[in-house]
Design a protein around this ligand. Sequence first.
Ligand code: BGC
Length: 247
Amino acid sequence: MKILGIDIGGSGIKGAPVNIKTAELIEERHRIATPEVSTPDAVVEVIQELIQHFDWDGPIGCTFPAVIKQGIVKTAANIDNSWIGINGEELIHAETGCKTLLINDADAAGIAEMEFGAGKNNKGVVIMHTFGTGIGSAIFVNGQLIPNTEFGRLEIRCKEAEQRASGRNRTDEGLKWKAWTWRVNEFLDRMETLFWPDLFIIGGGVSRKHDQFLHLLKAKADIVPAQMLNQAGIIGAAVAAGKKFNS
Ligand code: BGC
């Protein structure tokens, strides 16, 4: 019933033990800065620190900003390239002694929103996007996740959508909300042409500021902000690990 959820992000690695039945964090979230060079050794060292902080020896659910197949990291857009090909689940288990599930970060955030947040009880086609360092995506049909979608890679105006409309683009290019949402709308429009979702859930770092931009987003589908804010990854990873380990 209790799993340590860990969310590996571009700037911070955050964790907390989660009651996976209620989605409550049992202790206050602890955050450690992501190492500048985010190699497997450096990241696992931070995970060790989190484990020590919570005095943890149970299972772990851990998000990762990449495609994950059977525990193996397949891509590395916003993390050190040396992760590619590494079985992150086996590595973390071997180094910490804790059974680990590794899951794509947007998939984890989507699971949290579908089970406890903005997508709860929605039986249709739901697409969750996270706008942070990159653009993450998760798609659900009747509550069922199709894992590892990488919709941020869609090409728009000769660039990947994630190179134009991520949260990082907004801050790095100093885009006003209106200019940034214009790019996001182009992306949502393309998603809608391809998938005809019933609901878009907008999450990631920007979702904290949704009052600044949500009214500027346009789609045929409903658009709602994520409800779990910066805890979605931690909770979703813990819930997914709970299913894997039958906790
Ligand atoms: C990665 C995705 C990830 C997203 C958000 C992208 O660069 O390819 O796997 O979900 O960033 O972190």
